[in-house]
Design a protein around this ligand. Structure first.
Ligand SMILES: [Zn+2]
Length: 335
């Protein structure tokens, strides 16, 4: 069991969990042969470089929640062999994906509406005005203004998740919302000297932005100051960042797991959860968290949503040959 981030018994009871703690409990829920009913068996997370969906909003339900996936842009990244990977294995993985010159990481924001609650999970990157996938335009298409958002839950403070929280004048975009984040995430980015010793990218691309977000947006610390809306259970999933949060969403017996950045590409980090990303602040811990979460989700067969998976980013995780595979519910619609 890792140290740090595990809750001390002196803290107020928290409605959150750790993958590494709950894995055995979830494994006990036998996987009853339930596979993705509408799985695209060819889906590997491969997307074309021009992978913008023709329609940036996908609506569905989780029990009483009216949910919407809001496509909010993408990033193209040159494939780089992670230090944990044998070069031949990485070359094989890229070959299976068709030797892409770049990997596409989509950004998918989740909106949950129930009664008077309007809950955003992450806000995507900044500066998407004018794009067909601008977050505020998508909200407007659903009849929602920024003031209508009641809660923002931030999975972690990387710019692709939190950039949309500040406008061009660095003011909060959702001024009436309660903004929630795990204490470990706030404490990491706002400390005098965060530990970037294992980060394989320049922290200047991450730290100033995260500091600004926490300086300008009044965040509430989950668990110590506030609980989440009923049915939402945050799970501390550390390694990508120290306070990286995944979220279990349950209503009327239906479950959706928002796994945020446990994987950036279904064709690489599902079959190889042991591989790290340059943006993992603690790579070995990130790999342990990824593996534990994938194992639990494959065992439960529960529905999964991933911030960087191909839009609409809904599916299930299956085991395959001792590792994991993404079974998307719908093949990607691009245009
Ligand atoms: Zn991300």
């Amino acid at each position: 069991m890792r140290s740090g981030g595990i809750f001390s018994s002196s803290m107020k009871p928290l409605s959150r969990r750790l993958w590494l703690q709950q894995g055995s409990a979830l494994l006990a829920l036998a996987f009853l042969g339930r596979t993705a009913a509408r799985a695209d068996e060819t889906g590997t997370g491969v997307a074309t470089p021009a992978g913008v969906p023709a329609q940036p909003i996908h609506r569905f339900r989780v029990g009483d929640f009216e949910a919407s996936v809001l496509f909010s842009g993408f990033m193209e990244v040159k494939p780089q062999c992670p230090p944990e990977a044998a070069e031949a294995a990485f070359a094989d993985a890229l070959a299976a994906l068709g030797q892409p010159a770049s990997l596409l990481y989509p950004f998918n924001v989740l909106l949950l509406c129930r009664g008077t609650e309007r809950i955003l999970i992450d806000a995507g990157p900044a500066k998407t005005e004018g794009k067909p996938y601008h977050l505020l335009s998508s909200l407007a298409a659903l009849g929602l203004a920024p003031d209508d958002i009641t809660h923002v839950i931030l999975t972690h403070a990387h710019f692709d998740h939190s950039g949309g929280l500040l406008d061009a004048r660095r003011n909060p975009v959702f001024p009436r919302a309660t903004h929630l984040c795990l204490p470990e995430e706030i404490d990491f980015w706002t400390s005098e000297q965060p530990d970037f010793s294992e980060l394989r990218m320049d922290p200047k691309f991450l730290w100033p932005h995260a500091r600004q977000v926490f300086a300008r947006v009044p965040f509430v610390r989950i668990g110590t100051q506030a609980e989440l809306p009923a049915g939402l259970t945050p799970i501390l999933s550390p390694g990508h960042t120290p306070g990286h949060l995944t979220l279990r969403i349950e209503s009327r017996g239906e479950v959706l797991h928002h796994i945020s950045d446990l994987t950036h590409h279904a064709g690489l980090w599902l079959p190889h959860p042991e591989w790290s990303l340059a943006s993992d602040s603690h790579p070995a811990q990130a790999s342990r968290t990824r593996t534990a979460a994938f194992r639990a989700l494959a065992a439960s067969g529960e529905r999964v949503f991933g911030f960087h998976l191909p839009f609409p980013a809904l599916g299930r995780i299956a085991t395959e040959g001792g590792t994991f595979r993404w079974l998307p519910e719908e093949s990607q619609r691009t245009g």
